[in-house]
Design a protein around this ligand. Structure first.
Ligand SMILES: NC(=O)c1ccc[n+]([C@@H]2O[C@H](COP(=O)([O-])OP(=O)(O)OC[C@H]3O[C@@H](n4cnc5c(N)ncnc54)[C@H](OP(=O)(O)O)[C@@H]3O)[C@@H](O)[C@H]2O)c1
Length: 292
């Protein structure tokens, strides 16, 4: 029986990967979701999978979690610790004999000077140099991240890129591509997949949201120079936050390469069209608080 381990399984993309793998259930495949808490175990069980204890910051948990694993989905959170956490996970995966790694990275130019993009690229190079078979996922702006803001305040969408278009991807689409690569590594080995399906400004997103929700949604641009302080107030790890904010300063002036690039990857890999902002919002209308 093949065994697939999904890290970040309690997060946005990893959770979607678990769901995508459940939808393509195969009796010859066991899917494990990595968790570091009882609440995480329960969420993974609710998605129909077994949970395995894995904490990147408790290295002794890593090697046992990889036992018998053939294919690994490697996802980390919004922190500079992603570097050491990925290194530890890859060392454990190598020791356990994991063959294929699907890495959740980010879309960026190869020569990007921005730290969080560079870290993802260094992790990709480590995966390749360690001799794994690999598939690199390189998503751009997550629709889900912006949607979380809309859920909190459905009358407005705040962002930091002025009137610049950016390119969007839904986490379910990242997950669908990941699930295909995890299920059939040979067909997707050595492939780097850019994941960005729809190009839209925030004003265009707000207009779509107004139509779909039936109530006015306004785009409120704020200067990108303010973002770092905001991220700090929100508690984001400061080294990652600094790089993210620097990236949006470049995006605001149109100087971030690939910021609005789109690719047919989702349709090519999964055989179904990518999720648009309109379809995403329509499917999740029930998540919004009722209009007063
Ligand atoms: N948002 C965007 O627009 C965007 C665009 C491009 C790329 N990305 C990339 O996407 C990635 C983030 O994905 P996401 O939004 O799915 O993240 P997320 O929702 O924040 O989830 C992070 C996951 O990592 C787990 N985790 C955190 N610390 C851990 C530890 N010490 N040991 C084990 N697991 C740990 C979390 O588990 P707990 O539930 O236990 O905390 C959670 O499952 C980042 O690498 C980012 O660079 C994001």
């Amino acid at each position: 029986m093949r065994r697939i381990l999904v890290t970040g399984a309690t997060g946005t993309v990893g959770g979607a990967v678990l769901k995508a793998l459940a939808a393509t259930a195969d009796d010859d495949v066991q899917v494990l979701g990595a968790s570091r808490s009882a609440a995480g175990d329960a969420a993974i069980a609710a998605a129909g999978h077994a949970a395995v204890r894995l904490d990147y910051d408790a290295p002794a948990t890593l090697r046992p979690a990889m036992d018998g694993v053939d294919a690994l989905f490697l996802a980390t959170g919004y922190t500079v610790d992603m570097l050491v956490q990925s290194k530890r996970a890859l060392d454990a995966a190598k020791a356990a004999g994991v063959r294929h790694v699907v890495h959740l990275g980010a879309l960026a130019a190869d020569d990007t000077p921005l730290a969080h993009f560079a870290w993802h690229q260094l992790i990709e190079r480590a995966i390749e140099a360690m001799g794994f078979s690999w598939t690199h996922l390189r998503p751009n702006f997550f629709i889900d991240t912006a949607w979380a803001g809309v859920r909190a305040r459905p009358d407005r969408i705040v962002h930091f890129v002025a009137d610049r278009p950016v390119s969007w991807i839904a986490s379910d689409d990242i997950a669908a591509v990941a699930a295909v690569a995890l299920a059939d590594p040979a067909a997707h080995a050595g492939k780097a997949y850019p994941l960005a399906s729809e190009r839209a400004t925030f004003a265009q997103v707000a207009s779509v949201l107004s139509e779909v929700t039936g109530r006015a949604v306004e785009y409120r641009p704020r200067p990108a120079a303010e973002l770092f302080a905001i991220l700090q107030r929100q508690g984001m790890e400061p080294v990652y936050a600094k790089s993210l904010a620097e990236g949006l300063v470049l995006a605001e002036t149109g100087d971030l390469p690939l910021a609005d690039a789109v690719f047919p990857t989702v349709e090519e890999v999964t055989g179904r069209p990518a999720t648009t902002w309109r379809a995403f919002a329509a499917a999740r209308l029930s998540e919004l608080p009722r209009a007063s």
